[in-house]
Design a binder for this molecule. Structure first.
Ligand SMILES: [Zn+2]
Ligand SMILES: [Zn+2]
Length: 449
């Protein structure tokens, strides 16, 4: 059975939302985002860019009458179908994560480093030289503005000028020599020298008593668009010169990979991620004991860990448990096991206890300067809050588990066994399930970024 990944599309013209299969949506956007006269390899590159962005940010797409393209027939449609089908499921990744595939019409000589444009350093959005868009109509663009237009658009006022205005435009009009009556005796324009009379005759002026002042400004810009990522005109030229879509994408996005993201992977968003779950304590090391019901930390940690494993499993992750039964495991053995799996994340599960029995809620600890585990913790907190689970936040911790672990690690204290109300909750399967779902959703959100 083939499953289809759908994209939500809101059409402003029809004022309705539609659900459109991913590959069809790539075709629709290809039509609106790039000149279909471009070379097929450039269209393929753009199709992969669009697919990557659609999967990266699953926000609904907005447009006006975009879907109508499928009602037409002809060469354009054939080209779209070819570009989409021949790149089916292909996406651009960096370090295993989907990239934000920025693109623009023409760069005008070189693309830009992301931080110079969007104030955000993105490693794969580096400046690359590009002469490929030289033949594009956007390579160099001249716009002429009269002084009046500049005054109006910029809301500025130029000083009034009169015929006695002393004019010298450095480098172009120079060496203006006048007599005592303000008549031009001689002037150098460009690299030529003229007498006042010569100029009067050549330009049909009424006298040699004239002044020169600028009445307009010409601005010359290069390229079109923000200049980061793929240069479309450049891509077209590269394609014409025999480069493939892969060459093109690897030229404009630094250090990326092109991968086939098969549909099961989309349905299994944690595919390829390795997560080690470490249920605290075990065997004769019971951990804390509940005041009211006598629940044991080691049992709660194990039961939640087992459920979390099957949840993450179903999302495609490879999950290893440090223990899956009630046995005692030495701290050093836990570390050795964890490092052997080379996980993307190490998550340790515990319960807390505090003399003050009103203390409650989920609390997390990350190792000093471990920004990744802090970020994961924050995502988990957010999704737990969404489920109305009381949370205490994330702090820096210095537990044994963090020392000697070669991956990012997070310690989760699920709740307080010193709190009677909370202990009761841990007897409730629904509460455990909410915790499991919340933690899993946080992990999913973390890896999405
Ligand atoms: Zn370019
Ligand atoms: Zn513990």
């Amino acid at each position: 059975m083939e499953s289809v990944y759908n994209i939500r599309y809101f059409d402003k013209e029809r004022n309705s939302e539609m659900v459109i299969p991913l590959e069809k949506m790539v075709g629709i956007l290809l039509n609106s985002e790039i000149d279909l006269n471009f070379h097929i390899e450039a269209l393929k590159a753009q199709a992969i860019v669009i697919r990557t962005n659609l999967l990266k940010s699953p926000k609904p797409i907005q447009g006006e009458g975009l879907v109508d393209i499928w009602e037409h027939e002809g060469e354009d449609i054939e080209k779209i179908i070819e570009a989409v089908e021949e790149t089916k499921d292909m996406v651009i990744t960096f370090n295993g994560k989907l990239i934000e595939a920025k693109y623009h019409l023409a760069c005008g000589g070189s693309t830009e480093n992301s931080e110079d444009v969007i104030n955000n350093q993105v490693i794969y959005l580096r400046r690359v030289l590009c002469e490929y868009c030289k033949d594009s109509p956007y390579w160099q663009n001249e716009r002429y503005f009269s002084i009046e237009e500049i005054e109006k658009l910029l809301k500025v006022k130029f000083p009034m000028v009169n015929v006695n205005f002393e004019s010298e435009m450095t480098g172009f009009i120079e060496e203006v020599k006048k007599d005592e009556n303000n008549r031009i005796k001689s002037i150098k324009i460009g690299n030529k020298k003229f007498s006042g009379v010569e100029l009067m005759e050549l330009l049909n002026l009424n006298s040699t008593r004239f002044a020169i002042f600028p009445t307009g400004i010409k601005l010359v810009s290069r390229g079109k668009g923000h200049g980061i990522g793929l240069c479309q005109y450049g891509a077209n030229k590269m394609a014409e010169e025999g480069h493939t879509f892969e060459d093109i994408l690897k030229y404009y996005y630094t250090g990326i990979d092109i991968k086939k993201m098969t549909l099961p992977c989309i349905k299994k968003p944690l595919y390829g991620k390795i997560i080690v779950i470490d249920p605290g304590h075990g065997g004769e090391d019971k951990g804390y004991r509940g005041d009211l019901l006598g629940l044991l930390e080691k049992d709660i940690a194990l039961s939640l860990s087992l459920q979390l494993r099957s949840k993450l499993d179903s999302l495609g992750a490879t999950v290893h448990l440090i223990r899956n039964n009630d046995t005692k495991i030495l701290a050093t053995d836990r570390l050795e096991q964890a490092n052997k799996f080379k996980p993307d994340f190490f998550i340790s599960i515990h319960m807390d206890y505090f003399p003050n029995s009103s203390m409650k809620g989920v609390e997390m600890f990350h190792f000093r300067n471990d920004i990744e585990s802090q970020s994961l913790g924050l995502h988990i907190l957010k999704s737990l809050k969404k489920r109305h689970i009381f949370t205490r936040g994330i702090k820096e911790g210095n537990f044994y588990v963090f020392r000697g672990i070669s991956s990012s690690s997070l310690l989760i204290e699920l709740g307080f066994l010193s709190n009677k109300d909370e202990e009761i909750k841990f007897q409730d399967d629904n509460y455990i399930k909410k915790l499991v779902d919340g933690i899993a959703e946080g992990i999913l959100e973390y890896f999405k970024l």
